[in-house]
Design a protein around this ligand. Structure first.
Ligand code: ZN
Length: 376
């Protein structure tokens, strides 16, 4: 049975537009955190800021259950955006909210924040039972989920967490995400005049490019990908390049496959550096770990129930991207990522349909309803 809680389209759109107008590029999130602390306090939440970030911290906001029983759940979204994300001027066009075209919109993840606030307000207004709620609003998600990494989850009471942060239709439940390793390599050869004494040079660019050419890259298999995304080096057309740096990554939902992929990439670099006599400095940095929740785990079951109450098909999916859920799962808080309806995040074409903002708010209502009924 669905909750008789009415989501307000006007209110969620107004609030979303208000939030995207607050600049919050990663690590400059103080204004956003302050605005949310004020809103949440007004709604009756007790808000703690763990001050773990450079500009602010993670907000952990708690709302006590309105009646006994039910499961404590966490709802998670992040307060930062990617660049270009300053001075966002939202535009409503064709039933959707867009940026004015020179910035991202910030629906990633502010559409989710607006929907979480709206869903909870609708339940409060309807006087429907509220379970214990914990909102985890994290800083610095973009890049390496730094805020979620810093969050101390030991004090949380939630049995499960719903991370509203997938660029997928509402109704999507991400149950599995890859581990991610970043790779940085410096090839050092020897500079020489390219016309006068090329024999005395060691071309670092040749070593790096040969290594890249022989690495397996792109989609390696269904659950493994790899990329070289950056190359820099050389000082001039007429100089044998002494130093070349490359940066890349590999991801897999299978730890053994990830290890094999990293080995293939680093072996190619070592081999080609040796062939030309260059030295190689190599750093492989694990950024986050993989997770996979079975279809019968409580987080998946609860999310699926809530989606079905909206009359939507449930789509369980794996992703190639990471999110705060990677960190929470590692810390022992089972988390799934839910599709928010946002489209083309991290681009100037990012947008979200108003109907999806409303649908996402209604999903929050149903997640609350499912949690409130848990164990009853
Ligand atoms: Zn996001």
């Amino acid at each position: 049975m669905a909750y008789d809680a009415k989501v307000s389209e006007q209110r969620v759109v107004d609030e979303f537009v208000e939030l995207v107008r607050i600049d919050s590029p990663s690590h400059e999130e103080a204004a956003m955190a302050a605005a949310l602390e004020a809103k949440l306090s007004e709604m009756g939440f007790v808000v703690a800021n763990d001050r773990t970030g450079p500009s602010t911290g993670n907000l952990v906001a708690r709302l006590a259950a309105s009646s006994p029983g039910g499961a404590t759940i966490a709802l998670n979204a992040h307060t930062d955006t990617v660049q270009p994300g300053r001075g966002v001027r939202p535009v409503i066009r064709d039933g959707a909210v867009w940026s004015s075209g020179d910035t991202v919109l910030g629906a990633d993840c502010k559409a989710s924040i607006a929907a979480i606030l709206e869903g909870i307000r609708a339940v409060q207004e309807a006087g429907a039972p509220l379970p214990n709620l914990e909102l985890l609003l994290t800083w610095g998600e973009e890049g390496a989920h730094t805020g979620a990494k810093a969050l101390d989850t030991a004090g949380l009471r939630s049995a499960v967490c719903f991370t509203l942060d997938a660029a997928a239709p509402v109704g999507t439940v991400i149950t599995s995400a890859p581990a991610y390793h970043a790779i940085k390599a410096s090839f050092r050869g020897r500079a020489a005049h390219a016309g006068v004494s090329p024999e005395s040079g060691i071309n670092a660019l040749v070593a790096a490019s040969r290594a890249i050419a022989r690495m397996p890259l792109g989609r390696i298999d269904e659950e493994t990908t790899a990329n070289i995304g950056l190359i820099r080096g050389g000082t001039g057309r007429n100089t044998v390049p002494e130093l070349v740096e490359i940066e890349g990554e590999a991801r897999s939902r299978d730890n053994a496959k990830l290890a094999a992929q990293i080995e293939a990439m680093t072996a190619a670099m070592r081999e080609e550096a040796r062939r030309v006599g260059a030295t190689l400095e190599l750093t492989v940095t694990p950024q986050y770990q993989a997770y996979s929740l079975p279809a019968d785990s409580p987080a998946v079951v609860m999310a699926s129930k809530a989606i079905q109450r909206l009359g939507l098909p449930v789509r369980l999916a794996a992703t190639g991207g990471g999110s705060d859920a990677n960190e929470f799962n590692v810390k022992g808080l089972p988390s799934v990522v839910l599709g928010s309806g946002m489209v083309a995040p991290h681009t100037l074409q990012e947008h979200i349909a108003i109907s999806d903002l409303v649908l996402l708010s209604r999903l929050v209502v149903e997640l609350i309803a499912v949690a409130a009924e848990e164990g009853k």
